[in-house]
Each structure stands twice: as C-alpha cells, then as structure tokens.
Ligand binder design. Structure first.
Ligand code: NDP
Length: 260
C-alpha cells in the first residue's frame, strides 16, 4: 500500500490525473514545451532528435517486456485474448513512436535534454501502469471481446491511430531532403485542425481507455490531452502568425475539430 492508503498502482494512476491537470494549466498559461518550432535556449544541452525520440519513448516497450517476463517468464504463454489485443494496440503504437517515427524524422530540430528526460520519466511511469494493468492486474474474460464497450473503444482507437499515423506522414512529407523550414500541411485531419497528429493521438487514447475500461487507460487519455492540446494551441497561434493573411481563411481549429 502507498501513503494514501490506496494500492500503489491506483495512487500512480490518480497522481497522473492530478499531474495532468497541472500540466494542462501550466502549458496553456505559462510555458510551451521548448522543442521543435518552439525550441529555445536555456533548457540544457541539445540532443539529436532521432536519438531523443528513441530514448524517451522506448521505456514503454521496456515495461511491456519487464512485466511479461515478471509474470510469464520464459513460458511462452500469452495473457487472455482481450489483454493481447490491448497490448497490440499499446505496443504497436510505441513500436511506431520509438523505432519507426524517429528513423523517418526529416531534419527535425534538436531536442533539449530536459525535455527528453521529462518525457522519458513520463513514459516510464505510464509504461509501468499500462503494462502492470495488462500483464499483471487484469485478466479480461473472453466475453469482453464481444462487448459494445470493447468494440466501440477499439474502433475509436484504430481511427485515432490512422489519423495520427497519416498526419505524421503528411508533416514529414512537407520537407524535401535538406529542407528545414515549415509549410502549411493539407489533407486528412488537417482539413479541420492545425495539428492532426495531436488530434489523432488524443482520439487513440480515449479509444484505448474505453476499450480497456481501466483507471490507467483513463489517466493516459487525460494526460495525453493535457500534454498535446496546449501544444496544438501554440502551434495554431504560430501558424496564424507565420502565414498571416492566408491561414485564417482555412478556418481550422487548433486540435479538436470545431471545438478547440
Ligand atoms: P510536431 O507537430 O511539433 O512535429 C512533428 C514533426 O513534423 C517534426 O519533425 C517537425 O519538425 C515536423 N513538422 C511539424 N510541422 C511542420 C510543418 N508545418 N512543416 C514542416 N515540418 C513540420 O509534433 P511533436 O514533435 O510534438 O510530436 C510528434 C508525435 O508525437 C505526434 O504524433 C504526437 O501526437 C506525439 N506526441 C505524443 C505525446 C503524448 O503525450 N502522448 C506528447 C507529444 C507528442 P521540427 O522538429 O523541425 O519542428
């Protein structure tokens, strides 16, 4: 048990929700995470972006491996089918984010070490609670597979993943080899929002939270929103300023179509 008289796992989930509330407030009002186009001096030495993305996102994969080995050892056994599907959603996203996405970054800006360390800390924490839920605490029965909640959540997750993946690709293809500047992205979710990648990411983890029906999933969805929505709002303001005179005519929202 932890200091709040709750199991440690529950405390870690609730702490993520409370931290998310502070993050949402802080990133909306006071700071914009200083990487990419908002990069600035004073946040520590600058690291290669490909290496940074690998280092900060891969703790999620390490945690999956750790909890698998802890609970299943070298048996080769698998958790129940519903757990496996949720692990494929979560693990698949992070195989993309820690391995494929970094390899494909084109002339990305260098990343301050403090941003990398903060993200690595978050991913270790989140990796711990998601992997512990799916590989230790929950044994979903097979009836969950055909439940409305699981099917709806899965459809929402897959839609979010498709939007996020497609948007990452649109952004990547804006730069020809050697180019480092910024252009206006078009197509897919960019028809409605300035940051289709963040919109897709938010949809993904809301779907995952619905499908898993877990407190850890809800904490992850809320933290993702808290982290990416204000960044999307900063990007939106930046696009309006950078492409003054043409960007406002596109009528886009920042991150959530028609809402924010
Ligand atoms: P950005 O949109 O800031 O940048 C993504 C990449 O595309 C960078 O390489 C960037 O280059 C390039 N890029 C972006 N806009 C343009 C443009 N207009 N013209 C040319 N190139 C552009 O996203 P992040 O780096 O913040 O995030 C990357 C991914 O990680 C996203 O899919 C996001 O959803 C996910 N993420 C998830 C979080 C979570 O809490 N779950 C938190 C943060 C990110 P440059 O580096 O030069 O700006």
């Amino acid at each position: 048990e932890s200091f709040l008289n709750m199991p440690l796992h529950t405390t870690l989930c609730w702490t993520m929700i409370v931290t998310g509330a502070f993050t949402l407030f802080g990133l909306s009002k006071y700071v914009t995470a200083p990487y990419g186009r908002h990069s600035k001096a004073g946040w520590g030495i600058l690291l290669d972006p490909k290496l940074s993305w690998f280092l900060m996102e891969s703790p999620n994969l390490v945690m999956i491996l750790f909890f698998y080995l802890k609970n299943y050892g070298m048996s080769g056994q698998l958790p129940p089918a519903t757990n496996c599907i949720l692990l494929v959603f979560y693990g698949g996203h992070y195989i993309n984010r820690s391995l494929i996405f970094p390899m494909r970054i084109r002339n990305g800006k260098k990343m301050p070490i403090t941003v990398m360390l903060a993200a690595a800390f978050y991913c270790s924490w989140n990796g711990y609670i998601q992997s512990k839920t799916l590989l230790e605490l929950e044994q979903y029965g097979d009836e969950v597979l055909s439940s409305t909640r699981f099917i709806l959540g899965s459809v929402v997750f897959i839609s979010g993943f498709a939007i996020n993946y497609h948007s990452d690709e649109v952004l990547r293809n804006l730069r020809k080899p050697g180019e480092t500047g910024y252009k206006i992205p078009y197509g897919g979710a960019f028809k409605y929002v300035s940051c289709g990648n963040f919109f897709g990411e938010i949809v993904e983890w809301i779907g995952f939270a619905i499908a898993s029906g877990s407190l850890s999933g809800a904490a992850f969805a809320f933290y993702t929103f808290a982290n990416t929505a204000p960044r999307g709002a900063s990007h939106h303001a930046w696009y309006l300023e950078k492409f003054k005179g043409e960007y406002e005519d596109l009528g886009r929202s920042a991150v959530i179509p028609f809402i924010w």
